[in-house]
Design a protein around this ligand. Structure first.
Ligand SMILES: [Zn+2]
Length: 323
């Protein structure tokens, strides 16, 4: 597959993620081409699939002619739960619009790519060593062609309650640029990358911007948490095959650094029918019921995550001034 065609397939992934997660964003683009899905799924499974072990040969004495070749014992393929339900800090990243992206909307720096999978547009990326913002200070700029109002409103929500301050960038080495793009994407790096890092926003609603800001502050998707199986059941057969890796579990040190309870209401939780190929839920609560995704605001536990990781805002601080 050409670099461009897989790029398109992965771009389709991101758009479909947006369409499912934010169904009010616009017209869904639809499922990716079947061939791309098959190829991508094969590529995505490659690193974690259990190798097929050769059947044990029977050390039979040579016989005259009637001996039948040994029948290989059936080797059951690894289940999706075995493949994606084991927490790992390495995830599949795809090349999309000039950047590496994992889990639909998390940008990956080249320095976090650890290996290839035989396709130049797919790499394995490591989430190890996530850096957070020192003292909760995030220097930033907003490109002139991006509507600043919803970004500033989302920033104020992130700052509210936690010891987090977004300050206009001057000469700080590490800083964020909120940037518009041509593609319908909302993307951010996970935590502090080092140097300049982008938050890419194009036609993103305030809830989406909040979602990206939570990635920026260092948090992954809620259903990626190592303990998620104690709260949610993944309906693997309902998920479009190319998107099963979006349900990969990540070790607790990365996926729950703030040590807060699991939160169905998190702005980082996918909806119950995310990436469904049938319309039926891909994730349900353990009692079998679906749940409603939060698409608009930080939940109480989202705010608690920020407080536990960055500290509680002093009561006399005025977030709008950064003081
Ligand atoms: Zn996300």
């Amino acid at each position: 597959m050409s670099r461009r065609s897989l790029g398109v397939a992965l771009a389709g992934s991101a758009v479909v993620l947006v369409a499912y997660y934010w169904p009010n964003l616009g017209s869904p683009v639809g499922s990716p081409p079947a061939a791309s899905s098959v190829r991508q799924e094969a590529a995505l499974r490659l690193p974690t699939s259990a190798p097929r072990r050769p059947a044990k040969t029977v050390n039979a004495a040579p016989s005259l002619s009637k001996a039948k070749p040994p029948i290989p014992a059936p080797s059951p393929a690894a289940t999706d739960q075995e493949v994606y339900g084991k927490p790992v800090s390495t995830l599949v990243a795809g090349w999309q619009d000039g950047r590496w992206v994992t889990q639909g909307d998390i940008l990956v720096d080249e320095s976090h790519l650890v290996s290839g999978v035989g396709d130049e547009n797919v790499r394995i990326a490591s989430l190890d060593g996530v850096q957070y913002w020192q003292h909760g200070v995030v220097p930033y700029t907003i490109d002139a062609n991006l509507d600043a109002a919803p970004v500033l409103a989302a920033i104020a929500m992130i700052e509210s309650g936690a010891q987090v301050r977004f300050i206009p960038h001057t000469d700080e080495a590490d800083y964020v640029v909120f940037r518009d793009t041509d593609a319908d994407i909302c993307q951010s790096y996970l935590g502090r990358k080092g140097g300049e890092q982008e938050v890419l926003l194009h036609h993103c609603k305030q809830g989406q911007i909040l979602h990206e800001l939570m990635h920026l502050m260092g948090f992954v998707h809620e259903q990626s948490r190592e303990d998620r199986d104690r709260y949610v059941r993944i309906a693997w057969t309902e998920i479009q095959p190319a998107y099963k890796n979006q349900f990969q579990k990540v070790p607790a040190a990365i996926s729950n650094p703030a040590h807060v309870p699991f939160d169905f209401g998190s702005i980082l939780m996918y909806p119950s029918n995310a990436f469904s190929q049938t319309g039926r839920p891909t994730m349900v609560k353990l009692d079998g019921s679906a749940f409603t995704a939060n698409r608009g605001s930080l939940s109480a536990l989202d705010k608690e995550k920020l407080v536990r990781l960055y500290g509680k805002a002093s009561p006399d601080r005025r977030p709008d001034t950064g003081a």
